[in-house]
Unconditional design. Structure first.
Lengths: 411, 153, 356
């Protein structure tokens, strides 16, 4: 054998050994971690922690992997070689795209992350050699990687926006790509951020919910409604059947976005509906166009119901403070509230007809609530009047008794 | 005019009897003001008990398999379901996500919340969508043609 | 009719006794009405209590809802319940005023020691009525107030644990406590109270009303007897007057200051801030707060309870401790003043929300 081919064989053997070591299903009990050696400072992903310390918490460490598993053997002077940014995703994919291998650690685990990544904007840019986009370690960390459901993970639902925001909220990073750095900030003011971060409702969408995580791409104009429809089923159904769907498509408007925006989604108000200048409808509609009547009717309906509910709430509150019990009224008000929710969904038909039926129900419930409140107040008045009568009778009695006592013969 | 022989008391007894009469009338009034509420109280009201532990869920024969109805239970709505298999079940109809009222979907043959697409199976367990917890189940018994639903204590 | 009855029972004798009963008239006579006032409130409690019994359910699952049912669905249920709650408080108030008036007017002197004894026991019973009744609506405030109250009972060394378990029907406040308190409130305490009230009234009739020492001395010096008014009709009609005013007061309070129901008790929720017992226990509650953690090595709370216990014993034995000399009576007066000032101050401090 020639020296070159010997060398090649040795190199091959080394590579195989290295990959074999990486892939070795070392029982967790044996978990080897290499002894900490002096490490040259490099990109620290886990805040404030050097890699060897961070790695102690890592799921890979628990699975028995070591520094060498990813970095190869230590450098002659100590420390480990840095992995090139373009090489990170393929490196991770060596295991995470191998179904048979991954199954030995967890029976039900996805292995399409790399394939998804390659379809994403980040993946495509990275493939072209643009290293200023995200790769695996930017979101999951390089060392100290924990499961997505672990609340310490930067990709746990409550942290996702913060993690994406590290680049997408940074003007310095976004300007070279001509992208707005305002989006994470916009999202943080939305109802979804409120639900997720303030109320702890983990079903609320964050960046990855709508854009995907590994295959992150903004949904296109056709698919916006489909994305929102994951949760807002009824609204999407009604919208698709309404005349707006066709219209918006032909205008290239992104369905839901037109009225609700994509990131800074605010709680919808009745004042959005109308022909006055503050209303959303007025962006396109005026009172000469078809639909003006429907808009006016719908807005009037909302105002009417909200007014009645407010009146009912006020009188029920007064009755309760006065000591009357008004459970029936509260139930009726709850039902009126339910009708109100349904009305807000029915807005998406952009027609007056189905709206009217539910409006009637809501108005009836609100009226009932108000009636309970007012009858409680009049019951209170009735009680006080009854008391006044009884007191008068008692006073009459006391007066006469006093006279009788005075008239008694002296003792 | 002769010497007055009639004694002093005559006008006084007149006053006394007026006084006694007045006193009698007023005391009757006072006693009446006490007796009236007491007697009304003793008569049982139309709904003889608090509807907080159990409530009527409507006619059993009018509830076909794979259908449901909403009835008020205290201050919250309750969902009374007859499963496709014929069993009657009842749940607190308040969705555990954001408190919308759930409904029964005959096409899906299980319970659904329209607000954010939450799904519950016929045991009340949350099986898809945002709801974090199952629906509270009530006991449902059929007595004659009446469904009685009651809270589990 | 009357003759028929007269033949069959001691009707004539009772009538004679009432006709001859007199009540001393002097500058302190007003205080004579207080015993009857307390009795009036008690009778109101019995009547309204029996009415409430017809609709109330003594189980932890149903109690709160049954009270709400009474207040919203039963005709005049709101009136019956509010009167019951207000009358309870007014009864305790009247009982205390009656106690202090007897203390200051020295009506416990020989031969009225047994009357005094029954009276003090009746006071303790009244407090017991208040404590047990307070839990029955099973709302937040009452649940936690009962817990605090029974906790204090458990502080007593030795028997404390037993007393606590006996009161609570278990280690903690539960449905068992409710049933037990209900039994005490509607059966046990009323039975004992009826017997004691009967004895108390009988003795009052037997001995007649006591005349305060100063009035007695004045009359002795002037060489005449203390003027008196016939019980029937003079005193009785005035009594009736007072009772009717009290009735009007109860009705007015119920219409303008109806008794709250609050929220249903949730044993698993943390105690809301500012839990305190009813006003007549506030002085003990506040006094306990001021006790230092330890006094001479004994727990401060324990010392306070011991002192209060000794006070109660002293109260019971008072007629035997007071030797009826001028000096002895003066000491009792000053002690009574001190106790009154202490109780009022502590109550006001508690109401004002002051913390040690």
């Amino acid at each position: 054998m020639t020296r070159a081919s010997m060398g090649l064989l040795v190199a091959a053997a080394v590579v195989m050994a290295a990959t074999g070591a990486m892939r070795a299903a070392v029982p967790i009990a044996q978990g080897r971690t290499s002894s900490p050696t002096a490490v040259a400072p490099h990109v620290v992903e886990s805040p404030g922690q050097p890699p060897d310390a961070a790695f102690k918490d890592d799921v890979h460490a628990r699975a028995g992997l070591t520094c060498a598993s990813c970095h190869g053997g230590p450098k002659p002077g100590g420390g480990y070689a840095t992995i090139a940014r373009t090489a990170i995703a393929p490196l991770c994919a060596k295991c995470h795209a191998d179904a048979a291998y991954m199954k030995t650690f967890a029976p039900q685990v996805r292995v399409d992350q790399y394939a998804q990544y390659q379809t994403s904007v980040h993946g495509r840019q990275m493939a072209k050699g643009e290293t200023r986009v995200a790769t695996c370690s930017d979101c999951h960390r390089a060392h100290g990687i924990v499961a997505v459901r672990d609340t310490r993970s930067p990709v746990a639902p409550t942290h996702v926006a913060q993690t994406c925001g590290r680049c997408h909220g940074d003007p310095a990073r976004m300007t070279p790509f001509n992208r707005s750095p305002d989006i994470p900030g916009d999202w943080s003011k939305s109802v979804h951020a409120d639900a997720l971060l303030k109320r702890g409702d983990t079903s609320a969408p964050t960046c990855s919910t709508c854009h995907g995580s590994h295959g992150a791409t903004p949904p296109g104009a056709e698919s916006v409604a489909n994305v929102c429809a994951q949760c807002h089923v009824r609204e999407a159904e009604l919208f698709k059947k309404s005349r707006k769907a066709e219209l918006f498509r032909s205008m290239g408007q992104g369905d839901c976005l037109t009225c609700h925006s994509n990131h800074h989604i605010e709680p919808p108000q009745a004042s959005w509906i109308g022909l006055d200048e503050k209303a959303l409808c007025a962006t396109c509609h005026d009172d000469t166009m078809p639909g003006a009547a429907a808009i006016t009717t719908v807005r009037a309906g909302f105002d009417d119901l909200q007014g009645r509910m407010a009146a009912a709430r006020e009188v029920l509150g007064r009755a309760e403070t006065a000591g009357m019990l008004v459970e029936d009224g509260k139930l009726a008000l709850h039902n009126a509230g339910e009708a109100h929710v349904r009305l807000r969904v029915l807005v998406h038909t952009f027609a007056a007809a189905p709206f009217d039926d539910v409006l009637k129900e809501g108005v009836a419930a609100a009226n009932e609530a108000r009636t309970v409140g007012t009858s409680a107040m009049s019951e209170l008045q009735y009680r006080r009047r009854g008391l006044a009568v009884a007191t008068l009778v008692i006073l009459g009695f006391l007066g006469t008794l006093l006279v009788k006592i005075r008239r008694l013969p002296a003792t | 005019m002769g010497p007055r022989t009639s004694p002093e008391p005559a006008p006084a007894s007149g006053r006394r009897s007026v006084l006694s009469w007045l006193l009698g009338t007023w005391s009757a009034g006072v006693l009446g003001a006490i007796a009236f509420p007491v007697l009304r109280y003793l008569v049982p009201p139309e709904v003889p008990e608090a509807t907080t532990l159990s409530v009527k869920g409507g006619s059993a024969s009018a509830l076909a398999p794979n259908s449901a109805r909403i009835v008020p239970f205290g201050s919250t709505p309750a969902l009374v379901v007859r499963a496709p298999t014929g069993e009657v079940r009842a749940f607190n109809a308040t969705c555990t996500h954001l408190a919308c009222t759930v409904q029964y979907r005959t096409d899906l043959e299980h319970i659904w919340c329209a607000c954010h697409n939450g799904h519950y199976d016929l045991n009340g367990k949350n099986i898809a969508g945002p709801p974090p917890r199952p629906l509270t189940e009530y006991d449902a018994h059929v007595q004659g043609d009446e469904i009685i639903i009651s809270k589990r204590t | 009719m009357r003759t028929w009855l007269t033949e069959r029972g001691p009707v004539a004798e009772v009538q004679e006794a009432i006709a001859h009963k007199t009540v001393p008239q002097h500058r302190y006579s007003l205080w004579y009405y207080l015993g009857g006032m307390t009795l009036f409130f008690f009778m109101v409690q019995v009547v309204t209590g029996i009415l409430l019994l017809l609709y109330y359910r003594p189980s932890s699952a149903e109690a709160y809802d049954s009270v709400q049912f009474i207040m919203t669905r039963v005709p005049f249920g709101w009136l019956v319940r509010s009167i019951h709650s207000w009358s309870a408080n007014l009864m305790v108030g009247a009982a205390f005023v009656h106690l202090f008036s007897v203390l200051f007017l020295k009506a416990y002197r020989r031969p009225r020691e047994v009357s005094w004894l029954t009276g003090v026991l009746l006071l303790f019973l009244t407090l017991g009525f208040g404590f047990t009744g307070y839990l029955l609506p099973w709302n937040e405030l009452s649940y936690f107030a009962t817990r605090v109250g029974t906790d204090i009972a458990g502080v007593v060394p030795g028997v404390g644990e037993f007393i606590l378990t006996f009161l609570r029907g278990g280690k903690d406040i539960s449905g068992a406590t409710l049933t037990r308190f209900y039994g005490f409130h509607v059966a046990v305490l009323p039975a004992i109270a009826t017997a004691l009230i009967g004895l108390h009234l009988l003795l009052v009739q037997y001995h007649g009303m006591s005349v305060p020492p100063s009035v007695e001395e004045e009359a002795a010096r002037a060489g005449r007897s203390v003027p008196a008014m016939p019980f029937m009709p003079h005193f009785a009609l005035r009594d009736l007057f007072g009772w009717t005013v009290a009735l009007a007061l109860l009705a007015g309070l119920s219409a303008y200051l109806p008794w709250e129901l609050g929220h249903k008790a949730d044993p698993f929720a943390p105690a809301p801030a500012g839990i305190e017992p009813e006003w007549y226990f506030l002085w003990t509650f506040q006094a306990l707060k001021y006790m230092p953690a330890h006094i001479l090595g004994i727990e401060g709370e324990l010392v306070a309870i011991a002192v209060m216990g000794l006070g109660a014993v002293a109260l019971v034995l008072l007629p035997f401790l007071d030797t009826n000399t001028r000096r002895s009576r003066a000491i009792v007066t000053w002690l009574a003043v001190g106790a009154l000032v202490f109780m009022v101050t502590m109550t006001l401090l508690a109401v004002g929300g002051s913390q040690p």
